[in-house]
Design a protein around this ligand. Structure first.
Ligand SMILES: [Zn+2]
Length: 287
């Protein structure tokens, strides 16, 4: 467990879920939840092997084949929506996508006239994106990028929750952005309906029923921020939040059988009605 909470610096933290292979810590002061890295056996470099993209999360990373066959799935449509929204807010020029994975967001960014660059700690990602799309990728942590590199837009779609150091990542993003540059972050909502249900099931069963909790708090997501957590992290770096919305994950990206997908579709529908959707999307300006 960290000495101080990454968001509010409080020491008032406890093990919230004990999930066999790792523990999830909760800050009692601000509600941030994170995986205790000391309890995890694998290191980040080992987590994101080729298997991560092509075997374990084959549904989530089907975009490359989709894009090549001109199939604009809901996930790719969402990517395009994010780019259009950025353009509406005045974004143009050099765009750095952090945690770029297989580069489909970068490919779409290029189509929307941005000059795209990727950043990913996965070697597989660098090779893949440079070979398939001819878009340069920095194979390193964001905070290792040379300080003289500057960008007009930094995007983090389903990346921020994977980092082990959110403060270093946001500091780096701020340093890499030009003045008035835009930062887009899409990350799970720590207070979503799914999070609340996972918490409830765990607590009501006294920690005996772990599986639903392990699905929501899986080992790849190190952090589960609340909306307030994100606002605090952005504002203390003088980012001005221009845009905030919630969204649901496209069902076609979810691994599992039709029963699980059907149940999730229902829960996503209810989540949207009660404003507790699984994803939060922030766009903030560096001022
Ligand atoms: Zn806290």
């Amino acid at each position: 467990m960290k000495q101080n909470c990454d968001v509010c610096k409080s020491k008032n933290q406890k093990v919230d879920f004990s999930l066999k292979d790792y523990n999830v810590i909760k800050c009692e002061n601000c509600g941030l939840r994170y995986i205790d890295q000391d309890s995890l056996k694998l290191k980040p470099e080992q987590l994101y092997s080729q298997d991560y993209f092509t075997k374990q999360h084959i549904q989530f990373f089907s975009d490359y084949n989709d894009i090549m066959s001109n199939k604009m799935t809901k996930k790719l449509q969402n990517f395009r929506k994010r780019l259009i929204r950025l353009k509406e807010l005045g974004a143009k020029g050099r765009l750095l996508d952090v945690g770029c994975g297989q580069g489909t967001f970068l490919y779409l960014a290029k189509k929307e006239n941005f000059k795209p660059f990727g950043c990913d700690i996965s070697e597989y990602s660098k090779t893949f994106v440079e070979e398939k799309f001819n878009i340069p990728v920095y194979n390193m942590e964001l905070y290792r990028l040379p300080k003289n590199k500057k960008f007009d837009v930094v995007t983090m779609l389903d990346f921020f929750e994977h980092t082990t150091d959110p403060n270093a990542v946001l500091d780096a993003a701020k340093n890499l952005l030009n003045k008035n540059g835009l930062l887009l972050i899409q990350t799970p909502n720590g207070k979503s309906l799914l999070h609340n249900l996972a918490n409830l099931i765990y607590k009501l069963s006294f920690g005996l029923i772990k599986n639903p909790t392990k699905e929501v708090f899986h080992m790849y997501h190190n952090y589960h921020f609340t909306k307030r957590n994100m606002e605090q992290l952005l504002k203390e770096r003088s980012f001005e939040i221009l845009d905030y919305k919630q969204d649901s994950l496209p069902i076609h990206t979810v691994e599992g059988n039709f029963v699980k997908k059907g149940l999730l579709a229902l829960l996503y529908f209810i989540s949207a009605l009660i404003n507790k959707q699984i994803d939060m999307v922030f766009i903030a300006k560096k001022i």
